[in-house]
Write a protein that binds this ligand. Structure first.
Ligand SMILES: C[S@@+](CC[C@H](N)C(=O)[O-])C[C@H]1O[C@@H](n2cnc3c(N)ncnc32)[C@H](O)[C@@H]1O
Length: 249
């Protein structure tokens, strides 16, 4: 049976406050600034899939982009609702596997490795088809991922983070299933309490994600290794894929 960890509100309640803090919100704002200069397109209706509490939806809306922020987590969307006040953000609680709004968006974003969670490959294909159907002709898709090449270079068997309040996060990652998935065990040590979670998600090399997108009707416009627009190479920190639905003639 699938381990649907990404639908578990308890996961986001426990680990969300570590992931979505002042530093990562500031980083989201910088990422949007860089991305908009890479994309060089006027404000268009934008779909932020797996938007969470709005690290990217909020700065996009502040830049004049009408945003639909879609997520399955009511807990995270409530936080976004509180921050959005009168910004042009439509908050939508839905599963990216189900959501299609025909040719409604000029830009679709899936940020911070939020594409790849499903155990079933057909679910990833379904999301790509939904995104393609939801994009207007000439629209762009941005996937912000970590590539297999980067993981091979940077992954440590154990990684420890100590937070200012004394909590410790122990991460134990491993590449499994012929290096197609990243398996992760997280232990959050909070005084005498330990929260443990175990999850995995799909990883692709640049060549594999290009083939997957091509086979679902997308042309690859660029693959960058960071938000400044560096080439995707052996120094890459992220794998930022910019794609466009192939125009039917
Ligand atoms: C790592 S967080 C990233 C949040 C946001 N994109 C960011 O960069 O801060 C992944 C998000 O994807 C959402 N998510 C997971 N599975 C989903 C699904 N099937 N449909 C829509 N959202 C989903 C989670 O609830 C979570 O908010």
């Amino acid at each position: 049976m699938d381990n649907n960890w990404y639908l578990d509100e308890e996961f986001w309640r426990t680990f969300g406050p570590l992931m979505f803090n002042a530093d990562t919100f500031a980083r989201g704002e910088e990422e949007i600034e860089c991305l908009l200069s890479l994309l060089d397109m006027p404000p268009v209706p934008t779909l932020d899939l797996g938007a969470g509490p709005g690290r990217h939806s909020l700065p996009l809306a502040r830049s004049g982009y009408p945003v639909t922020a879609l997520d399955t987590s009511a807990y995270l969307l409530d936080q976004l609702g509180e921050s959005a006040s009168d910004l042009p953000v439509e908050i939508m609680r839905a599963d990216m596997r189900e959501f299609v709004r025909e040719q409604a968006f000029g830009l679709v974003l899936v940020m911070w490795t939020s594409f790849g969670y499903f155990e079933n490959e057909a679910d990833h294909a379904r999301v790509l088809e939904n995104m393609s159907a939801s994009l207007r002709p000439g629209g762009r898709l941005v996937l912000d991922l970590v590539g297999l090449e980067t993981l091979c270079r940077t992954m440590e068997p154990v990684h420890l983070t100590e937070y200012d309040d004394g909590r410790l996060l122990v991460e134990r990652p491993a590449l499994i299933d012929h290096m197609t998935r990243l398996d992760n065990e997280w232990l959050l040590i909070d005084g005498d309490t330990i929260h443990r979670t175990h999850f995995s998600h799909r990883v692709w090399s640049a060549g594999e994600i290009s083939s997957l997108l091509n086979s679902h009707g997308f042309d690859i416009l660029a693959i960058h290794g960071d938000y400044q627009g560096a080439d995707y190479d052996l120094e890459a920190e992220r794998m930022i894929v910019i794609a466009q639905p192939i125009e039917s003639t």
